[in-house]
Design a protein around this ligand. Structure first.
Ligand code: PLP
Length: 407
C-alpha cells in the first residue's frame, strides 16, 4: 500500500524549516546528529507543562494520575514500535549513551579475566568507551571486527573472533559516520551460536528503519528520541526480560526500590528497577508522539524517499573533481561522508554555514573510522524525509563555490 509522499506538506509540520540562517533559507543536512521536531511533538511538551505537570507513579492526586497515565501510554507506544513482547522490557533512559552505560555497568558482575567482548570497527565513541572502561574493571578483552574499504564489516573476520570466551557483542545497526547498514541479523545469530549476548546501538537506524526486536532476537537494543523527531534527553533501552532481571540496577534512588531499610534494600520490578529518580516525563510522552508521527508517515515511505535523496545527492557530488565519498556499500542510509581534495572539512563547513547550509564536519565521534581512512575527518551531509532535491541542489552549488574559494 503506497501512500502519497508529499514532502512539501510534511515540511509544514516543522516550524524550524521555515527559518533562515545568515540571510539564506535554512538547509538542514545534519540529521544524523539530531533530527528536527514537528509541531505536534512540541505541542505535547507544552501541553504537559501547561496542563498536567506532576511527578509520576506516586501521587494520589489527579495531575499525578494524568501524568502517570500519559507516561505509561508512551511506554506502550515504544513497546509497540519496537515490537517488544512486554511493556516492562522497555526502559526509558536519557538516550543511547545512557542505555549503553547501563548495560556495560550491569555486565561487570558477570565478567571475569579472559572473557572477551566483540565490538565493530564502525562504532560511535559511545559504543566503545563504556566497554573499554568495563574491560579495565574486569580484565575482559575487547576484540574488533574490522571493516573493508567500502566501510562494510568483514564478516569472515567476525566468525574467527567468536569463541566460547565471547560474552557480549555490540555493534551499531547503522553507522553514523558512514551510513553503512550492518548485517545485524547475522551478527546476532552467530553470537547466540557461541552463547554470547548482543547489544545493538540503534541510534542511527531508528530514523530510517523500524526494528522488530523479537524478529531480530536481539538481547538489548538502544536508541535516542532526538534522532527520531523526539526531544533531547530521552531514549529507550529494550532488553529481554530474562536479561533485565539478571542484571543489577545501574543507579540507586527513588522509584527503583521495593523496600528500603538501612540494613537492606530490595529492588522494584521491571521497568522501575532501572528507572531511578524522576525521569524526563514530558520527554517520554513527546517521544511516544514522535513515534506516532513517523509511523503515520510510514517507515517504508520514509526509507524509499530518503534513498531517492541519497541517490540524487551521490550522483551530483560525484561530478565534483577530487571528491571522495567514504562509505560506499550498497546497503546504506541517507548519509554521505566525503572530502574534496586536500581542502580541510572545517573550512568547507564554515563557508556552507554562511550560505545557510548545516552539515557536520570532523570525526563524527568515530575516530577509529577516520584513522582507518587516514583522514582527520570528513564533511557529512545526512538527509531526512523532510529534505528535498532542491535543497541538495543548493548544497551542491554551495559546495562548488566553497571548493573554488579554498583551492
Ligand atoms: C547519536 C549516536 C549515538 C549517541 O547518541 P546520544 O543521543 O548522544 O546518546 C550513539 N551511536 C550512534 C550510532 C549515534 O548515531
Amino acid at each position: 500500500m503506497s501512500k502519497e509522499f508529499d514532502v512539501h506538506r510534511i515540511r509544514k509540520d516543522f516550524p524550524i524549516l521555515s527559518r533562515s540562517v545568515n540571510g539564506h533559507p535554512l538547509v538542514y543536512f545534519d540529521n544524523a546528529a539530531t533530527s528536527q521536531t514537528p509541531q505536534i511533538v512540541i505541542d505535547a511538551i507544552v501541553d504537559y507543562y501547561c496542563g498536567y505537570n506532576a511527578n509520576i507513579h506516586r501521587g494520589v492526586h489527579a495531575l499525578s494520575q494524568e501524568a502517570t497515565d500519559a507516561y505509561e501510554q508512551a511506554r506502550y507506544k515504544v513497546q509497540k514500535h519496537f515490537n517488544a513482547k512486554k511493556a516492562h522490557e522497555i526502559i526509558f533512559t536519557s538516550g543511547t549513551t545512557h542505555g549503553i552505560n547501563l548495560i556495560a555497568n550491569g555486565f561487570e558482575s558477570l565478567l571475569q579475566k579472559g572473557d572477551e567482548l566483540i565490538v565493530s570497527a564502525l562504532e560511535h565513541h559511545s559504543n566503545i568507551v563504556p566497554w573499554q572502561m568495563l574491560c579495565e574493571r574486569t580484565g575482559a578483552q575487547l576484540r574488533v571486527i574490522p571493516m573493508d574499504n567500502d566501510g562494510a564489516l568483514i564478516m569472515n573476520a567476525y566468525d574467527e573472533l567468536l569463541s566460547e570466551r565471547t560474552k557480549l557483542v555490540f555493534t551499531n545497526h547503522v553507522s553514523n559516520a558512514l551510513g553503512t547498514i550492518n548485517p545485524i541479523e547475522e551478527i546476532i545469530e552467530k553470537a547466540h551460536g557461541v552463547g554470547a549476548a548482543v547489544l545493538i546501538d540503534g541510534a542511527q537506524a531508528c530514523p530510517h528503519i523500524k526494528p522488530d526486536v523479537q524478529a531480530l532476537d536481539v538481547d538489548f537494543y538502544v536508541a535516542s528520541a532526538h534522532k527520531i523527531c523526539g526531544p533531547t534527553g530521552v531514549g529507550v533501552l529494550y532488553g529481554k526480560e530474562d536479561w533485565l532481571n539478571k542484571l543489577p540496577p545501574y543507579q540507586g534512588g527513588g522509584e527503583m526500590i521495593a523496600e528500603v531499610t538501612f540494613e537492606k534494600t530490595t529492588y522494584a520490578d521491571l521497568p522501575h528497577k532501572f528507572e531511578a529518580g524522576t525521569p524526563n516525563i514530558a520527554g517520554g510522552i513527546a517521544f511516544g508522539v514522535a513515534l506516532d508521527y513517523m509511523n503515520a508517515i510510514g517507515f517504508n515511505e520514509i526509507a524509499s524517499y530518503e534513498d531517492r535523496l541519497l541517490q540524487y545527492a551521490t550522483k551530483k557530488l560525484q561530478e565534483i573533481d577530487g571528491l571522495i565519498i567514504y562509505g560506499t556499500t550498497s546497503k546504506k542510509t541517507a548519509v554521505i561522508s566525503f572530502n574534496v581534495g586536500e581542502v580541510h572539512p572545517y573550512d568547507i563547513g564554515t563557508i556552507l554555514d554562511k550560505l545557510g547550509i548545516a552539515v557536520r564536519t570532523g570525526h563524527h565521534c568515530a575516530q577509529p573510522i577516520m584513522d582507518f581512512f587516514k583522514i582527520p575527518g570528513t564533511i557529512r551531509a545526512s538527509f531526512s524525509f523532510y529534505n528535498t532535491e532542491e535543497e541538495i541542489d543548493v548544497f551542491v552549488n554551495g559546495l562548488k563555490r566553497a571548493v573554488s574559494m579554498l583551492s
